[in-house]
Design a protein around this ligand. Structure first.
Ligand code: TXE
Length: 495
């Protein structure tokens, strides 16, 4: 029944050859020290796009040498005024604008998300970098009343920073991390996810074209246990920013602790509740909760993956939610009107199908979907479960796929306890016309972001991050700068 269109790949995919496939160190594209390469695949066709250089500890070491030099107090980068940093960042944004379609095509090819969504990601990445370009001269310290002393604080860039990002929003995660780091004057070693290195490499070329001095931005592609670990263990990297799974977040934090106590910020997984009260417009609620879960194929850390519906409207809601999922158009992400492309790789395909199987075994009711589509690429039917119970695996663990789980509830108090009864605390949503219910929920739910009558409304200016196992620290907004700053107190005694 799914409207699925997966054909003529060879003809219907726009030709989009990546221009850059090496590592980017000290403003040069170079092979890895080992000479090794690895393939990046198109998840819609399962075919190799291109081989990219495989970085490892030796390459991270070289990148750190370049980044340290670029951070030296007498370097070209450190001598720039804040407004000169603004100007470089804005130039980079201009080049992204110029290459917008190309960047979006690369992203769709490497990641599988529908082309219009990739274009949206490019736009949002530009906005994020523009937002942070405005912060270069606004991270103020304080002056502090201190008796016979005069005391003040300076906010200083932390130094060389490592940034390890995932594959679900490759370009956007890059922008979230480059923006604040560049605004305050840090230098960067970024490791993109091994599944999606291509847009980061193109961005490195644009950074050079914009005029960023050598060593300010370095991109080392490679795998987690090698290149990623080399970053989190490196004694000369002052801070690591990581987005990815909880398990790897732990490893990164441990490595940071046992190496040089580098500062750590973590954006990890989620199991976010979206609560629908009986006063809500059911169609609006179905639409909002559908997008909250299915956008980006469910591969979103803040996916609204627990839909709680009030008992009075439960049956109607479930029927409409299932119909909506059934109508979702899955297929070639370059084709017009396609809403869902492939999952990122075979590992995620298997993982998501495993969760669907466990939902069925544990007694949830499969309303629609549940199967792989075809055997080319990694497509999964948009899937809806009703009658989900809080102790099921699909209710507790992050699925990271197009699987909506619907639960029934009766009262607000019950709802708050149940919403908080998971290890995660990234986001939450509530749909109601009753401001009292909405704010009581918002004030009591364990979540870094709460959306009322909307979902996924993340702006460059709004802090984003998690409670509990969902992470440490906040990205975006003014708070996002703190990840990249040290505070220095200078105290003077007037004689
Ligand atoms: O994540 P990993 P994976 C969740 C989601 C998904 C699961 C697994 O539930 O199903 O994680 O996805 C690098 N030292 N999220 O396996 O492994 C890796 O190379 C240093 C949530 O893709 O955490 C990549 O660059 N780095 C999430 C990055 O970590 C290491 C987004 C993320 O990979 C490393 C993605 C190591 N030892 C997955 N091992 C979100 N919060 O949005 C791996 N990496």
């Amino acid at each position: 029944n799914f409207s699925f269109s997966l054909f003529r790949f060879e003809h219907s995919f726009p030709k989009c050859d990546p221009h850059y496939c090496q590592l980017f160190i000290n403003n040069e594209f170079v092979d890895s020290v080992s000479g090794k390469t690895f393939a990046t695949f198109n998840p819609a066709t399962s075919k190799e796009i291109v081989q990219v250089a495989e970085g490892d500890k030796a390459d991270v070491d070289l990148a750190v040498v370049a980044a340290k030099k670029a951070f030296h107090r007498n370097s070209d980068w450190r001598k720039l005024s804040p407004l000169q940093r603004t100007s470089l960042m804005m130039k980079l944004c201009g080049l992204m604008e110029r290459d917008k379609e190309f960047l979006a095509s690369l992203e769709t090819q490497d990641n599988g998300k529908p082309y219009p969504e990739a274009l949206f990601d490019v736009t949002y990445s530009i906005l994020t970098l523009q937002y942070y370009a405005g912060w270069t001269d606004k991270f103020f310290g304080d002056t502090i009343p201190a008796g016979g002393f005069t005391s003040m604080t300076r906010k200083e860039p932390i130094g060389v920073v490592g940034q390890i990002i995932p594959w679900n929003y490759p370009l956007l995660m890059l922008a979230w991390k480059w923006g604040p780091a560049l605004a305050v004057g840090c230098t960067i070693i970024m490791k993109p996810a091994e599944q999606t290195p291509l847009t980061a490499l193109h961005m490195a070329a644009l950074a050079k074209e914009a005029g960023f001095p050598a060593g300010v931005i370095n991109v080392v592609n490679g795998f987690g246990p090698t290149a990623g670990a080399a970053i989190s263990e490196h004694p000369d990297i002052a801070k690591v920013a990581f987005t990815g799974s909880v398990d790897i977040g732990r490893i990164v934090m441990q490595a940071a602790a046992t190496s040089n106590l580098k500062r750590v910020s973590l954006e990890l997984g989620g199991k976010s509740p979206v609560v629908v009260f009986d006063d809500a417009d059911v169609d609006f609620a179905v639409e909002t909760t559908h997008e909250a879960l299915f956008s980006n194929h469910g591969q979103s850390c803040c996916a609204g993956s627990r839909t709680y519906v009030h008992e009075k409207i439960y049956d109607e809601f479930v029927a409409k939610a299932a119909a909506k999922a059934k109508a979702r158009k899955v297929g070639n992400p370059f084709e017009a009107n396609v809403q869902q492309g492939p999952q990122i790789d075979e590992e995620m395909l298997t993982k998501v199908l495993g969760y669907i199987e466990s939902g069925q075994k544990q007694g949830a009711k499969l309303q629609t979907g549940g199967k792989r589509i075809g055997n080319v690429g990694f497509f999964i039917e948009p899937t809806v479960f009703s009658d989900v119970k809080d102790d099921m695996r699909i209710a507790q663990e992050e699925i990271f796929g197009p699987v909506q789980s619907i639960f029934k509830f009766s009262t607000l108090d019950e709802m708050i306890d149940r919403a908080n009864n998971v290890k995660y605390g990234l986001a939450a949503g509530i749909i109601t016309n009753d401001i009292n219910k909405a704010l009581k929920f918002a004030n009591n739910v364990d979540a870094g972001s709460v959306w009322i009558n909307c979902y996924d409304a993340v702006l460059p200016s709004t802090p984003f991050g998690g409670y509990k196992h969902s992470g440490i620290g906040r990205e975006l907004g003014k708070d996002g700068l703190d990840n990249y700053l040290e505070t220095k107190t200078i105290t003077m005694k007037l004689l």
